[in-house]
Design a protein around this ligand. Structure first.
Ligand code: IFM
Length: 446
């Protein structure tokens, strides 16, 4: 029997995000966000659903914390809605918004659940989007002012702060491919948005260090290891391009203060170049405490001369897929962690890992065996990475509960807790009981 027992003090958490769970979008002075606007645009979201009510966590958060206590979490990752603090993104602040998060944070701390707080999980105040959003460099400055206020408010608390969640997704799905808010379709714009997001991250890190905040600071990136479809030099080159575009485009500036050259060449060829100064990179690469990794699946690519921009094509494997169509590939998590440890050495938290499956509530129970298998196999690979030298400090299941899955609305369920959206009743799935046992044992036996 193999044993996978994690180091003492390892964080076992779950993750959520404000727009996906809170609801109460018009309450207590919260300002409109790009996701309110986008989700109310006909045709943008599956069945025109929106986050107006979501899981009503804004009202049910006490009950949700009780669930966290029952599962035994020692950490909880959530995000602050910028527009609850600054309804217009800047200027006058909204004390009711601060009080909401203060109560939430105090309660978590009183239950020994460490708050892991994302400052930006995609819900940009609409007032800032009206001035250009992430295409406007000023947004980075306003973000750092909001971040500074949060660091000051919670200066004495032992919090893990995450500046941004998945800036690649914000930039490319929001400004390049138009499938996320604000729904813009312009590749040059996506690269500019990405740069300003990186700058926002750096300025917030600067604010963190200047303020002498007690906690820790880092960023969360969505990362996928890339594998070639064959051993040909062409397919290996395709791997390089895909890796530079999705992984290194954000890692390299943060760790080494520069963009990967191969992508910059593609940018120039397509006349997507934008201006930036070397000063920007000094800020973007300010030291951080850790890197947050969101891992769901891997990418397999081959060369494709027909593709006008990237000359690569994604290839599907025969392996099992989740409801999102994402291949289940636990070994990819191991490969990714080993590579990060080699090329970008820093403590790591797996800030998201999980799967959407077609859960059925039957007689008050959800037997989500596939999710249990998914979690078990990924937790084992996380353990293997620690065994092989990776400084991994925590693991967060996405998600605590089913929620608003962006353009997919409520059609994809990622939670270990089932949400009956007609009553807002929470029902622990079998995976929640599985995770409870993992936490009690600080690992697995298999
Ligand atoms: O729901 C999202 C989350 O907001 C960011 N990471 C991926 C999750 C699943 O798609």
């Amino acid at each position: 029997m193999a044993r996978y027992i994690f180091p003492k003090g390892f964080l076992w958490g779950t993750a959520t995000a404000s727009y996906q769970i809170e609801g109460a979008t018009n309450e207590d002075g919260r300002g409109e966000t790009i996701w309110d606007r986008f989700s109310h645009t006909p045709g943008a979201i599956y069945q025109n659903q929106n986050g107006d009510l979501a899981c009503d966590h804004y009202h049910l958060w006490r009950e949700d914390i009780k669930i966290m206590e029952f599962i035994g979490l020692n950490a909880y990752r959530f995000s602050i809605a910028w527009s609850r603090i600054f309804p217009e993104g800047k200027g006058s602040l909204n004390i009711k918004g601060i009080n909401f998060y203060k109560e939430l944070i105090d309660t978590l701390l009183s239950k020994n659940i460490k708050p892991v707080i994302t400052l930006y999980h995609w819900d940009l105040p609409q007032a800032l989007e009206d001035k250009g959003g992430w295409l406007n460099k000023d947004t980075a400055k306003y973000f750092s002012e909001y971040a500074y206020l949060m660091f000051k408010t919670f200066k004495e608390e032992d919090i893990i702060w995450i500046t941004l969640n998945e800036p690649w997704v914000s930039a490319f799905l929001g400004y390049g491919f138009g499938v996320h808010a604000p729904g813009k379709k312009d590749m040059k714009g996506a690269f500019i948005a990405g740069h300003n997001l990186l700058l926002a991250h750096g300025l917030a890190v600067q604010a963190f260090w200047e303020n002498g905040t007690k906690g820790k600071i880092g960023i969360t990136l969505n990362l996928s290891p890339v594998y070639p479809a064959s051993d040909t030099p062409e397919d290996k080159e395709a791997v390089q391009i895909q890796d530079s575009f999705t992984n290194r485009w954000f890692l390299d500036p943060i760790f080494y203060g520069k963009y990967p050259e191969d992508i910059w060449r593609i940018i120039e060829k397509n006349r997507w170049n934008f201006n930036y100064s070397s000063e920007d990179f000094k800020i973007i690469s300010l030291p951080i405490d850790f890197i947050g990794v969101n891992y769901y699946t891997r990418a397999i690519v081959k060369k494709d001369s027909e593709n006008p921009y990237w000359r690569i094509k994604h290839v599907s494997s025969e392996n099992e897929k989740t409801e999102m169509g994402w291949e289940v590939y636990p070994k990819g998590l191991y490969d990714l962690l080993i590579r990060l440890n080699r090329d970008y050495p820093k403590p790591i938290y797996i800030t998201e890992n999980g799967a959407a499956f077609n859960d059925v509530l039957d007689g008050g129970r959800v037997k989500d065996e596939k999710r249990i298998d998914y979690l078990r196999e990924h937790i084992k690979e996380a353990y293997n990475a620690i065994r092989d030298g990776v400084d991994l400090r925590g693991y967060f299941v996405w998600s605590l509960m089913d929620n608003f899955e962006w353009a997919h609305g409520y059609s994809k369920r990622f939670g270990i807790v089932y949400v009956d959206y007609s009553t807002q009743k929470r029902i622990l799935k079998d995976s929640a009981y599985f995770y409870k046992r993992v936490i009690e044992n600080n690992g697995l036996e298999d």
